[in-house]
Write a protein that binds this ligand. Structure first.
Ligand code: GLC
Length: 661
């Protein structure tokens, strides 16, 4: 599955990092393959080898690769537990990192690498970030307080007077993120049951270290399966891990901050697939830590989709990144991270990818198949619900995080407009319930002009038979995709739950979704929560839509498989809609088997009874997803780290039949 990163490796090595972003200088003489060969790829040379970074705990899980022993030894010493521990302590003074009087940014680990996205050095210098980035290693760490921030720490209070003047919450940020106080009084859960204790232990073991600091979690640590690319830190997979670190009793915000900064740094790479350069704002799907024997330095190696099945860039990564940044900020009250010029710029680059003018007549985002959690061909090309819901979620987070200075104001205005248009379109055209299905069933076709009721010319004969049986009289859901003459009626869990969490769904729609889940429990939850999509594609449809994908056979993997990681999204949606009992039912089902089965990635079968054919065991997001589901059910106030209240300013679309019909 995993292929050699080839040209997706960083164009520039550490030594030539300062070269301008689009400069071709250096690429001719030093191809990425030559400069950074990667273990696991075909072009491993003895003199210059990268190996996955070994944290002492995860050493066992690393694949047997043709790596010289010396390389492994060198790599493993680079992340000694004591070093990591000490470094962690010294860097844990989030928010009390020194900013100078000009508002210059704090260093990342005391040794920040300058994202190339800020290749416009004059701009960077103006922003004050370049200088801070070049601060000698350790400078900031020495100044830092060794104390970890409390859950409701006020960093201004901890900092020196000098720092107080410069670390200030951005006005929009503090105004919008103030809805957090309830958390402080709520009881914090202990590590809980033996299953939870095992989960915490396994989550800790999945930590990936870079220069002694935790920067993410491995996707899986299955000792009996090929690592493929599961020995990488996936951006989307890290979200539940990061939330677990934020929600746990002894909060660990460092790993989240490090992850956000490291991935931001990777965004700055020039990303090329064959001769084509990807957009500046694209975030990686995943990265791993390698060790360059020649430079004797650890290196990050990222994949922007070019090494993945299908060669599709992950549209979801950037959105998850913004969402996690808001969670981090909201949870820690460390506004200084989101305030950094590089972070502001990273956000803008992500948003520019989605908000630029084009040929679109819809406010939704046009996507290729396989651009999100479902990262193989599954017929989700077009305007998939998962991306639309994440897009909306990220826009709302960015509304809170972006500073209005400079071009920020104009961008915030564009975001406001898009939020209005997107929520109207989504709530109106993706919504399906018994009434709406009946309307579509009776649609006329070939309607011209703006009075058309059947706006996308959907032919009623294209409605699949199963929907008529599936649709309860009470309840409803957002369908998978809406585009010209095409409605994908499949149920997708991620999109529906994200729509609830972000308040893209109206209160009535959110309630209806929960009613549908309860009504169709056997189909959507079954014996092992939760179906990623329903129903499965079978026979001819499977052949045509998936291209005969042997991994996505019916009721397996993305094609109707059951994914325990999704438990956290269901739990959050249940709490938000006031139905914690529904979440508890699902959690009990998970607890019956998940740990005993070795925390698999997914289950197969109509009711999810069988461990997935090709499922990895000890899949980190199955572990962290379970943990945050438990943490939220034990302390529902935790949900505020990730959820949004309804935006009262957005008008509700009329979901009734148009009078022009
Ligand atoms: C699989 C999943 C993808 C996930 C990755 C790492 O490829 O489809 O969503 O991010 O594994 O766990």
């Amino acid at each position: 599955m995993y292929e050699s990163p080839g040209e997706l490796l960083p164009k520039e090595s550490e030594s030539d990092r300062a070269a301008p972003r689009n400069s071709s200088a250096g690429t001719a003489e030093k191809s990425p393959r030559e400069s950074v060969p990667v273990v696991g790829g075909e072009d491993v040379s003895v003199s210059q080898v990268l190996v996955p970074s070994v944290s002492p705990e995860n050493a066992d899980s690393l694949p047997s690769l043709p790596v010289p022993a010396a390389a492994v030894a060198m790599s493993s010493t680079s992340s000694e537990p004591q070093d990591a521990e000490a470094a962690l302590k010294s860097s844990s003074s989030l928010g009390s990192e020194a900013l100078d009087a000009n508002g210059k940014s704090p260093s990342e680990f005391g040794e920040i690498e300058m994202p190339e996205q800020n290749g416009d050095s004059s701009d960077s210098a103006k922003d004050g970030d370049a200088e801070a980035m070049e601060k000698p290693s350790g400078l900031v760490e020495e100044e830092a307080s060794p104390e970890k921030p409390s859950r409701k720490a006020s960093f201004c209070h901890d900092a020196s007077d000098n720092v107080k003047a410069t670390i200030r919450p951005c006005p929009s940020l503090s105004a919008n993120l103030n809805n957090y106080d309830s958390m402080e009084d709520a009881p914090l859960p202990a590590n809980g049951s033996p299953v939870m204790e095992e989960a915490w232990e396994r989550l800790n073991k999945s930590y990936v270290f870079y220069k002694g600091k935790p920067v993410g979690t491995l996707a899986a640590m299955d000792p009996n399966a090929d690592a493929l690319n599961y020995n990488q830190v996936f951006v989307r997979d890290f979200v539940p891990s990061g939330l677990a670190c934020l929600m746990k009793k002894d909060m660990e915000p460092e790993i989240v901050k490090n992850f956000l900064l490291k991935t931001l740094h990777l965004q700055g790479w020039e990303k090329r697939i064959d001769n084509f350069t990807l957009g500046e704002g694209v975030m990686p799907a995943s990265f791993k830590v390698g060790f360059d024997l020649q430079d004797k330095k650890e290196r990050l190696v990222a994949d922007f989709g070019g090494s993945a099945i299908g060669r599709v860039a992950p549209v979801d990564s950037g959105f998850w990144w913004i969402i996690l940044l808001r969670s981090y900020t909201k949870c820690t009250h460390d506004y200084s991270l989101a305030d950094l010029p590089v972070v502001q710029k990273g956000m803008k680059l992500i948003l520019n990818l989605c908000l630029s003018d084009g040929f679109d007549t819809f406010p939704t985002l046009l996507c290729a198949d396989g651009c999100s959690m479902i990262d193989r061909r599954m017929g989700v090309y077009g305007y998939p619900i998962e991306i639309q819901a994440l897009f909306y979620f990220a826009l709302r987070c960015a509304q809170q995080l972006l500073k209005p200075e400079r071009d920020g104001k104009e961008l915030i205005e564009r975001i406001d407009k898009r939020i209005m248009a997107l929520s109207f379109h989504f709530r109106k055209y993706y919504w399906m319930d018994h009434t709406q299905l009946n309307i579509i069933y009776r649609y006329k076709t070939e309607e011209y002009s703006d009075t058309a009721v059947n706006k996308f010319n959907v032919i009623p004969e294209s409605i699949p038979d199963w929907v008529f049986d599936f649709m309860p009289l009470r309840g409803g859901y957002f369908i998978g995709n809406v585009s010209p003459a095409r409605m994908d009626f499949r149920w997708f869990l991620v999109g529906n739950c994200i729509a609830i969490l972000s308040s893209l769904a109206t209160t009535a729609q959110a309630t209806a979704i929960m009613e549908l889940i309860e009504d169709r429990w056997e189909d959507l939850i079954g014996e092992m929560p939760l179906k990623i999509t329903y129903p499965a594609l079978e026979g001819h449809e499977w052949r045509i839509v998936t291209g005969c994908d042997p991994k996505n056979t019916r009721w397996s993997y993305h094609n109707g498989g059951s994914w325990p990681v999704l438990l956290w999204l269901l739990t959050a949606a249940c709490i938000k809609t006031g139905r914690p009992q529904t979440a508890k039912r699902a959690i009990e089902l998970v607890e019956k088997r998940l740990a005993k089965d070795g925390w698999p990635e997914y289950y197969d079968g109509r009711s999810g009874r069988y461990i997935g054919k090709q499922a990895r065991k000890y899949q980190t997001w199955s572990i962290s997803g379970y943990l945050i589901a438990k943490l939220m059910i034990e302390n529902p106030a935790n949900i505020s780290i990730i959820s949004f209240e309804e935006d009262k300013k957005i008008s509700k679309p009329r979901l009734t039949r148009s009078t022009s019909f």
